[in-house]
Design a protein around this ligand. Sequence first.
Ligand SMILES: [Zn+2]
Length: 111
Amino acid sequence: MNQFQGLPNRKTSLTGHTDEGDEIWIIRSISQKFYKCLGCKGEINIGDEHVVVQYVGKYGGTEHSHWHQRCAEEILFYQVRGMRKVSSKESSRDRLESRGRRPAGRRRRPR
Ligand SMILES: [Zn+2]
């Protein structure tokens, strides 16, 4: 787990899979709205550095939620299979949405 401490950051995102085979992307973000953390239900205020968790479904489609970095580390990281670091360029919103338009078998593996 320690190799992922303090991640994601501006340069590095994390990715892996759920038990069901959906992709999980864990991305650093600055909030532009008020959010509730899915982990602790606490507040994420405008301007706060936090974590966006984006799911790309096995059969397509995307879904995201907002987390405190620490809540993601303490709760979410344990649910991710095969977690690895990727360049944050791989996890831009456009790229993930376009991944969500293809079923998993037809996606390129992120580097
Ligand atoms: Zn939280």
